[in-house]
Design a protein around this ligand. Structure first.
Ligand code: NDP
Length: 291
């Protein structure tokens, strides 16, 4: 029996529909949520991400503020812009698209954003709050992963979860989220001994590595939930193609449920950014959150 497909596109569309209702409700109270997106430079992938984020936010009824700055922008000019956005009453969420040019310290920039408007969830206050189990804005990709996992298994207590990849934006925050759900977690990385054996112990296996097809079919426990965060551009039969970190065809024979690439975690990441913006708007304005 093949794995069931976890359809991230459909889940994101459902979340967008809920967001439209929430934004409409806030707008009727005179509090339309506002999202400011800042792009420094002309990195082609970043430009595509930013365009998508703006399009989706406008589509959902948000107020959108777009700041496109040249690569030569100084760190202090960027910090001044962030200070203005922090103070702007109609801005609820601030997103600075990463990576930044080399002459700008991304940590300094992240730390300059008001934690209450930090819809990427990268500010040290939000990172700390998440690990303390306190209310926090949660990084969008791990939040999207959790919503997809919970769409197939509501009660995760006691489940063994393995996350491959320990980045600050995916692996580490996802560890905290799965811990909240009472999973027993292994956070694996490039130095992990016998990765296939570790992966085979997982009821929930998340791959966030950036290596096409790293996770093979025989690394997967039969019936496991497999979440593929990886986005890798490869050339196959003379064509550019997007693939994940999991050998999809092989995994489909073994897993219980599996996300595709594209159409899995990717669409949920943008939907969760907008969800965080609604969350931030509700908190800032003292309105109960719909989520
Ligand atoms: P990073 O490069 O920051 O981290 C990669 C992690 O993978 C590191 O912890 C690294 O280990 C580990 N790793 C590398 N090679 C191996 C290996 N052979 N075996 C085991 N572990 C390994 O990546 P990100 O977290 O930023 O992104 C990971 C992937 O997810 C990328 O493909 C990225 O494009 C994608 N992504 C997708 C998103 C989405 O919306 N769907 C959003 C964000 C990322 P070590 O720490 O030891 O070096």
């Amino acid at each position: 029996m093949g794995a069931s497909l976890i359809d991230g596109t459909a889940a994101a569309a459902q979340l967008h529909a809920e967001l439209r209702v929430a934004v409409q409700d806030l707008t009727e109270r005179g509090a339309t949520p506002g999202l400011a997106v800042v792009l420094v430079g002309k990195d082609p992938a970043s430009s595509v991400y930013v365009r998508n984020k703006i399009r989706k936010s406008v589509d959902a009824g948000f107020r959108s503020f777009h700041h496109e700055l040249p690569t030569s922008t100084s760190e202090s000019d960027l910090l001044s812009l962030i200070a203005r956005l922090n103070a702007a009453p109609d801005v609820d969420g601030i997103l600075v698209q990463l990576p930044l040019p080399d002459h700008i310290d991304a940590r300094k920039v992240t730390a300059a954003i008001d934690p209450a408007k930090d819809v990427d969830g990268f500010h040290p206050v939000n990172v700390g709050s998440l690990s303390l189990g306190a209310p926090a804005l949660i990084p969008c990709t791990p939040l999207g992963c959790m919503l997809l996992i919970k769409s197939v298994r509501k009660d995760l207590a006691g489940a063994s979860a393995v996350i491959v990849g320990r980045s600050n934006i995916v692996g580490k925050p996802l560890t905290q989220l799965l811990l909240r759900e009472d999973c027993t977690i292994t956070l694996a990385h490039s130095k992990t001994d016998d990765l296939p054996l570790v992966c085979r112990s997982a009821d929930v296996l998340v791959a966030a590595v950036g290596r096409p097809g790293l996770i093979r079919g025989d690394w997967i426990k039969p019936g496991a939930i497999v979440i593929d965060v990886g986005i890798n551009r490869i050339e196959r039969e003379g064509r550019q193609q997007l693939v994940g970190d999991v050998d999809f065809d092989a995994a489909q024979q073994v897993a219980g449920a599996l996300t595709p690439v594209p159409g899995g975690v990717g669409p949920m990441t943008i939907a969760c950014l907008l969800r965080n913006t609604v969350e931030a708007a509700c908190r800032r304005r003292g309105v109960g959150s719909p989520f």
